[in-house]
Design a protein. Structure first.
Length: 259
């Protein structure tokens, strides 16, 4: 299927690896020019080179922390006309409610709620003026089904979800869609870190921790960055103009609900 976005320009945040990279590669495969960022300049440069060589699209790399005002400004300065924005950032650490004080909560909200909102606010006027835009926020399955040890993520991402629910309906008439893509467990560095935590707590091998988690999933496996990226690319496509303010789960069936 031709997604109808060849020649568009996209910002993909935190795209040097993991789910962000999966989204960047899927968009590049459709002929979309990219602005990507990451904190590790070396890893980012390697990702950018791979995408250029593989897909033949223009890739602008910005080594920056998207969770800072300076980082956001640097990424946004790379292009005046952004057609697609994929918001992404690392999630806060796991723990118990008693582990988190004011500073931890402020940081979680800054990284996973305020940062994507500021990026949305920056690109919306141009998208609305041109009459077309796609914004996808990578959030988490915990928005639908809270994960006890990820309380910081549960709270911050739920706040972003509330903002998107209202804002998406305010701008839909201008040809701009805003939706959320909710990953379950995928084969990324984040999953490896979470499995390591379980392994340490249970005094088992990391492979065993992963196998235990996979056994709880109806799909019996972790998701891949490539299939996650393909879903994101469709949500950014010309065919998704009637998808407004939705929360799309990609979790291998782990959220158990009829609707």
């Amino acid at each position: 299927m031709d997604l109808g976005i060849q020649g568009k320009t996209a910002i993909v945040c935190a795209a040097s690896r993991g789910l962000g990279r999966g989204c960047a590669e899927a968009l590049a495969a459709e002929g979309v020019s990219l602005i990507i960022n990451g904190r590790d300049a070396q890893t980012l440069a390697a990702t950018a080179a791979h995408i250029r060589e593989t897909y033949g699209v223009e890739v602008t790399e910005v080594a920056a922390d998207i969770g800072t005002e300076e980082g956001r400004a640097a990424v946004l300065a790379a292009s005046e006309n952004v057609d697609i924005l994929v918001n992404n950032n690392g999630g806060p650490p796991p723990g118990m409610w008693s582990d988190w004080g004011r500073d931890e909560w402020l940081n979680a909200v800054e990284q996973n709620m305020i940062t994507p909102i500021m990026m949305i606010n920056a690109v919306l006027p141009g998208m609305m003026e041109r009459g077309w835009g796609r914004i996808v926020n990578i959030t988490s399955q915990s928005v639908k089904s809270p994960i006890a040890v990820l309380g910081l993520s549960n709270g911050a991402r739920a706040g972003l979800t509330g903002f998107v629910a209202g804002t998406s309906r305010q701008v839909a008439g201008s040809g701009v869609t805003i939706n959320n893509l909710l990953p379950g467990i995928h084969d990324t560095d984040r999953a490896t870190a979470l499995d390591a935590g379980v392994a340490k707590a249970q005094n088992i091998a990391a492979d065993e921790a992963r196998s235990q988690r996979e056994a709880t999933l109806p799909a019996k496996r972790y998701g891949t960055a490539a299939e996650f990226g393909a879903t994101c690319a469709f949500m950014c496509s010309a065919h998704a103009g009637y998808m407004i303010g939705q929360n799309v789960l990609l979790d291998g069936g782990s959220f158990n609900a009829t609707m």
